[in-house]
Design a protein around this ligand. Structure first.
Ligand code: 3PG
Length: 311
């Protein structure tokens, strides 16, 4: 006997939830590994412009090889696509390099606490630049987000202005990336995986000249020698790991965007930050004062209230 339509629907809903659960778990796990290796590399080799460039280069190379070997189907795209992608790539590049500069100056947990304030930036930009209006509950949810991030920043033991501003700039840039990418994706039939691949390639082209101008080959070579003599030859594997995992976590997050709403995505992203904050505090033995942890908890609670208010 064939199952009733209601039973079949419940089954497909359950299968979808399992699939999204797997995407989320993979995304968070890959992100934790990226954050740990990225910080290990930055501690020994403080050149965030180069490490951000290498992450994009590695992802671009992985995708070019996947297309050439038909592991992944190459996308059918034209000049219009690249033009629409350009502002997204500029915002992605700024957000990426700013977050990496931030992590080179402060604890990973601190960068991610400030990055959990991204919804506040989203509301402010949407309200003042796009004229969007929100229900009062959305504005109210900004109070714990901003207050919690503020408290965490004020009580951070190793506060550093560049580290703080890098995370703030990253928040702002990623809000624009999300706004532009919503516009750019409209009516396009490019999968999340290929969309992210093209984004990496264009961002790589944008970032490379700036990385050379800000840091440059001379500094990179001298720093590399020092890092290898301090860490040993396995240093190159740390760099490879941070680059590969950066691409993989972003690829999985863009793939999950195909399946879920932007709102579910932002809840998932906040939960991801909790796993990064907790695991990095344990691994790097980051000192945290109770009041500092309270600030982080309030900010994260605020982002949940925000998602409830928006839903
Ligand atoms: C980066 O290097 O791009 C940041 O770590 C990105 O942070 P997010 O993807 O967690 O917002």
């Amino acid at each position: 006997k064939s199952p009733s339509p209601a039973a079949a629907e419940a089954k497909s809903e359950a299968a979808k939830s399992v699939k999204i659960g797997i995407y989320f778990a993979t995304w968070w796990a890959l992100n934790v590994v990226f954050n740990i290796y990225n910080k290990k590399v930055l501690n020994a080799y403080p050149y965030p412009w180069l490490t951000s460039t290498l992450s994009l280069a590695c992802g671009s190379l992985m995708m070019l090889v996947s297309w050439a070997t038909k592991i992944a189907e190459p996308p059918k795209i034209n000049l219009e696509f690249w033009k629409a992608l350009f502002p997204v790539a500029v915002a992605h590049t700024i957000g990426h390099v700013a977050a990496t500069v931030s992590m080179s100056k402060v604890a990973v947990s601190f960068t991610h606490i400030i990055k959990s304030g991204e919804p506040a930036f989203s509301v402010i930009v949407s309200r003042f630049l796009l004229g969007e209006r929100f229900p009062p509950a959305v504005y109210l949810s900004l109070v714990p987000i901003i207050g919690g991030c503020g408290l965490a920043a004020l009580t951070e033991l190793n506060f550093n202005m560049t580290g703080f501003m890098g995370a703030m700039i990253s928040n702002l840039a990623f809000v624009f990336r999300n706004i532009f990418s919503k516009k750019g994706m409209k009516g396009k039939s490019v999968s999340g995986m290929n969309y992210y691949a093209c984004l990496s390639m264009l961002s790589l082209l944008i970032l490379t000249p700036f990385a050379i101008a800000v840091e440059g080959a001379h500094m990179w070579a001298a720093g590399w020698k020092e890092a290898v003599s301090e860490i040993g030859p396995q240093f190159i594997w740390w760099v490879a790991a941070q680059s590969i995992f950066y691409h993989l976590y972003n690829q999985v997050s863009y793939m999950s965007l195909d399946e879920i709403s932007p709102l579910t995505f932002s809840v998932g992203n906040t939960m991801k930050r909790i796993s990064v904050i907790v695991s990095s505090i344990i691994i790097f033995r980051t000192p945290v004062q109770p009041i500092n942890a309270l600030g982080a908890a309030i900010a994260i609670l605020g982002t949940f209230l925000y998602s409830q208010a928006k839903a």
